[in-house]
Design a protein around this ligand. Structure first.
Ligand code: FES
Ligand code: FES
Length: 153
C-alpha cells in the first residue's frame, strides 16, 4: 500500500504493508532514528511522536492510519536552529541519563504543554506516563515546569 503524509514539514510517500507499525516506517524507511523502540506494545512511550499535534505511540499505530496526516518526530521538534522550549528546559535541567527514553518524554511533554500550558504536578502525573529505566523522573518534572515558563515567555 502507498501511504502519503507530511513528516517534519516534508511530504513523503512510502510503499509498505498497511499494518506495519508507523515506528518502523519512521526509523527504517525514513531513517529518522530519534524515535525509539522500547516495549512495542504502547506501554513505555519511547516511540512517542505527534500526529496532527497529539502525542501518539507509534509502535502501536498502523501505517495505514497515517495517510494524509501531519507527523512530527523529535527531529522536527525545534524550528530550525531555535530549540523548542522543552529541549531548552531539558538541557538546562540536565535531565537525561542514558538518554534512550528522552525523545519520547520530550514529545509527550511538548504535546502536554500545547494542551495545558501550565501543568500542575497532578496534570504531569496524569499525562506523562512514559517509562524511564534510569529514573530521571525528578529532573523531568522540574524540566516540564521550566519548559512551561520558557514557553510562556
Ligand atoms: S515502544 Fe511504543 S510504547 Fe513502548
Ligand atoms: S534516561 Fe535512561 S531510560 Fe530514561
Amino acid at each position: 500500500m502507498k501511504i502519503s503524509f507530511t513528516i517534519n514539514g516534508k511530504a513523503q510517500t512510502v510503499e509498505t504493508d498497511e499494518n506495519t507499525p508507523l515506528l518502523w516506517v519512521i526509523r527504517d524507511r525514513l531513517g529518522l532514528k530519534g524515535t525509539k523502540f522500547g516495549c512495542g506494545k504502547a506501554a513505555c512511550g519511547a516511540c512517542t511522536i505527534h500526529i496532527d499535534g497529539g502525542a501518539v505511540r507509534s509502535c502501536s499505530y498502523a501505517a495505514k492510519f497515517a495517510q494524509g496526516k501531519s507527523i512530527t518526530t523529535i527531529e522536527g521538534l525545534s524550528k530550525g536552529k531555535d530549540l523548542h522550549p522543552v529541549q531548552q528546559a531539558w538541557m538546562e535541567e540536565i535531565v537525561p541519563q542514558c538518554g534512550y527514553c528522552q525523545p519520547g518524554f520530550m514529545m509527550a511533554t511538548a504535546a502536554l504543554l500545547d494542551k495545558i500550558p501550565q501543568p500542575s504536578d497532578d496534570d504531569i502525573d496524569e499525562n506523562i506516563v512514559n517509562v524511564c529505566r534510569c529514573g530521571t523522573y525528578y529532573r523531568m518534572r522540574k524540566a516540564i515546569h521550566r519548559a512551561a515558563k520558557i514557553k510562556q515567555g
